[in-house]
Design a protein. Structure first.
Length: 74
């Protein structure tokens, strides 16, 4: 999870320590560029592709994390 959190911190341009499961994405420019960057991050870290529309509906980091096992199961 640390590589994933480090990647999110880079996308949001914040310190890795600030990334928590309850971090609200809207507070950190959760826009289409961030969604595309997060898709690439998940692919890089986990080797899985997640649905962009589902990812765009995420509200907190734990919502993103919940999509990863679903992608792995598919």
């Amino acid at each position: 999870m640390s590589a994933f959190y480090a990647g999110l911190a880079e996308i949001f341009e914040i310190d890795t320590a600030e990334i928590t499961p309850n971090l609200e994405l809207a507070a950190y420019n959760w826009d289409s560029l961030a969604v595309v960057s997060t898709i690439a991050l998940i692919d890089e870290v986990y080797g899985e592709l997640v649905d962009g529309a589902a990812l765009g509906k995420c509200v907190v980091v734990s919502d993103i994390q919940a999509l990863i096992p679903a992608a792995q199961a598919a």
